[in-house]
Write a protein that binds this ligand. Structure first.
Ligand code: IVH
Length: 675
């Protein structure tokens, strides 16, 4: 049995050493940090259980180093240590139990719970309030002097207290924290790279590290790093008794401290908080890879001392890995409602953060080329929370030469039309407006929750309706009648009933919701709301000039042009005509309340209208300020006439009352005036 452990330990030592070499020497890792951690911690755990297996060359016997020859060295006033890791509630309980055994009976432990910031450690020294030195962790004893670079980080105070009325600065204060990019800043940095046609950065932490270690601090200054502080390494002239005190005092002096840190009196309080942190992770402005638990009482921390190189008084609880490597087996192109072809990666199954992933997004073909992702590559896949997993990039070091480039398809996979890539755009597009996949995706989007929200009309129903030629566009949905479904398999009375009810309910959706459902590129809920507010009706938007759209704050010139072009398109105009004819013509209430087109007019209806039922027509007229009357008199403003009219039409002619059609009525409503 023990020889099994010895074999496994040897295997792990070899693997970990190999990956350390790939990472630090060759600069081309072949596994993710998460995968590396797994191997490393398995070895560490095995060695903790069987100390006789520890060999002098075991990678656990050295702490990593990020020292570089380009910088002067700084000796840290105390070792800059790392943390032990926990991966489960059980691990945390074991950690607490072990500590309690080392402490006097009856000791009560309180804890701080802080985010485990996914950046790189920085150690900053202040003397008499002035920043005098900043260093990387280095090998834990010596670090690289990066003072000039750290001075460029905007939220690192050059002098404390930042507020002249704040607490007095200690004579000497050496603080420890983490330097990193906010998520939005990293995205913006990559956007700039893309605009300059430079390669994209793959990993925020490595990029932060590279930025901090620039020889020219002007480069560091040009990239918006941030620093959050969470510990005191050494100090004179202060007495801060608890970690909670430390965080508060650091904040009072003007440092940014780890956001959302909290104090909890027991471990079970902390355990209760873990799910909150796992879901909060996605909403934070910065990357975290877990949380850190620290025993609050600084004296108890000191009493507990160290286990190997890790302090016993704190532990990192790591979230399940979100990034893993796997093989890219194939790429398929999906056609979206705007014709955009989105490449999807087919992957060798891989377990990420508790879920088996077999496909992932590849964004667009331009990105594939920029990142040089090839078929057969080992790729890094990220999955965070509910978000669709995506391919971060290839592991170049894992190539064996058999990988092949991925090219965008030359023809649409759905309708075989040759694809186009408009000048200056990253996307490959199927330009065919009749492409069946585009039509399906548009309608699927139109009915979806968040769009027109036609409950009980899921993608499958949409597909069946299209296949059976019951609908060809969005407007056709509103002309469906219970009889339309006759003979269709799977459409029982109840289902039809539900469908009709939800279609009916969708007829009264507000203007912004309708505009946002049309699938206009770049027009989501917010922009749709702006358009509805400014123009008040479909017709007004339809006739709006590019300039008047561009005038709206929040809509830029390119989007304005796109919107105007969409509404100018003959096909879209026809669609809107059909929608209006089906009674879908919402107005922005605020805009239409006064002086609406039909206010003061009275209507008499006769005959069968082409699309509206009598009830719909009456409702439409009334909702636009008009009145309905049962008989024609001199006072009647209009007679609305359909097929096979009755005597009312004759009377109108006799009295000289104008006779109008359904289309005329629509025109009156949308133009906001009389015919
Ligand atoms: S405390 C002895 N607190 O995580 C004090 N570390 O895996 C040890 N880290 O090397 C550090 N956020 O670079 C601490 N709120 C936090 C942290 C944190 C991120 C990093 C730190 C450390 C690594 C350990």
């Amino acid at each position: 049995m023990s020889s099994d452990f010895a074999t496994r330990a040897k295997e792990l030592r070899e693997q970990v050493n190999f990956h350390l070499y790939r990472y630090h020497v060759l600069g081309s890792p072949v596994i993710t940090d998460g995968e590396f951690d797994k191997l490393f911690f398995e070895l560490k755990a095995l060695e903790a259980e069987h100390p006789e297996l520890i060999t002098p060359d075991s990678p656990t016997q050295r702490t990593g180093s990020d020292l570089s020859e380009d910088f002067a060295k700084v000796k840290h006033p105390a070792p800059i240590l790392s943390l032990a890791n926990a991966f489960s509630e059980e691990d945390l309980k074991t950690w607490e139990e072990r500590n309690l055994k080392l402490l006097p009976a009856g000791t009560q432990l309180g804890f701080t719970l802080e985010p485990k910031l996914d950046g790189l450690t920085i150690v900053i020294t202040y003397e008499n309030g002035y920043l005098v030195q900043a260093a990387t962790r280095g090998n834990g004893e010596l670090g690289d002097d990066v003072t000039a670079n750290v001075r460029t980080i905007k939220n690192v105070p050059l002098k404390i207290p930042v507020d002249p009325n704040g607490p007095k600065a200690p004579e000497r204060l050496v603080v420890r924290g983490e330097v990193m990019f906010l998520k939005k800043d990293f995205v913006a940095l990559n956007k700039k790279q893309a605009e300059a046609e430079l390669p994209l950065y793959v990993n925020a932490r490595n990029t932060a590290s590279g930025t901090l270690k620039q020889k020219d601090s002007r480069i560091t200054a040009s990239r918006p790093l941030v620093a959050y502080l969470y510990a005191v390494v050494a100090a004179s002239g202060i007495k801060w008794d608890t970690q909670w005190d430390i965080l508060n005092n650091l904040r009072d002096l003007g440092f940014s401290t780890a956001p959302h840190a909290e104090y909890y009196p027991t471990l079970s309080d902390i355990i209760q908080q873990l799910p909150t942190w796992e879901s909060r992770r996605r909403t934070l402005d910065f990357e975290i890879d877990g949380v850190v638990l620290k025993i609050n009482d600084v004296k108890i921390q000191a009493e507990l001392g160290y286990s190997g190189k890790d302090p016993r008084g704190a532990i990192a609880y790591k979230f399940p890995a979100e990034e893993m490597t796997t093989k890219l087996l194939g790429v398929t192109a999906n056609v979206g409602r705007t014709g955009r072809l989105t490449p999807t990666a087919q992957l060798e199954a891989v377990f990420i953060g508790g879920v088996t992933v077999t496909s992932a997004s590849l964004h667009n073909y331009d990105q594939i080329a920029k990142l040089d992702i090839r078929l057969g590559d080992t790729v890094i896949v990220k999955r965070s929370g509910e978000v669709i997993p995506y391919v971060i990039g290839p592991v170049i070091g894992a190539r064996d030469g058999s990988e092949t480039p991925i090219l965008p398809p030359t023809n649409c996979p759905s309708c075989n039309t040759p694809v186009i890539q408009p000048e200056g755009f990253v996307d490959t597009i199927c330009p065919n407006l009749d492409c069946p996949e585009r039509i399906f995706r548009s309608i699927e989007f139109f009915v979806s929750r968040g769009a027109m929200d036609i409950e009980s009309m899921g993608p499958q129903t949409v597909k069946i309706l299209i296949d059976n030629k019951l609908i060809q566009d969005e407007a056709d949905i509103f002309t469906l009648k219970p009889e339309s479904f006759e003979g269709l398999e799977g459409f029982a009375e109840k289902k039809i009933d539900n469908l009709m009810k939800s279609i009916e309910a969708a007829k009264t959706r507000p203007l912004a919701q309708l505009v946002g459902s049309l699938g206009i590129d770049g027009v989501g809920g917010v922009v749709a709301g702006l358009l509805a507010e400014k123009f008040g009706s479909l017709d007004a938007i339809l006739n709006a000039s590019v300039e008047s759209i561009d005038d709206i704050e929040g809509i830029g010139p390119i989007l304005a042009e796109g919107i105007a072009a969409w509404f100018a398109d003959e096909r879209h105009r026809k669609l809107l005509d059909k929608l209006r004819a089906a009674g879908i013509n919402p107005k922005n209430e605020a805009k239409v309340a006064a002086g609406d087109g039909l206010t003061g007019s009275s209507f008499v209806l006769t005959g069968t209208l082409p699309t509206l039922s009598r009830e719909q027509a009456e409702e439409l007229i009334e909702s636009h300020g008009g009145k309905i009357s049962g008989s024609v008199s001199k006072k009647t403003s209009y007679v609305l006439m359909g097929d096979t009219p009755g005597s009312k039409a004759d009377k109108a002619r006799t009295l000289g009352v104008p006779i109008i059609s359904e289309a005329d009525l629509m025109a009156m409503i949308t133009s906001g005036g009389t015919k």
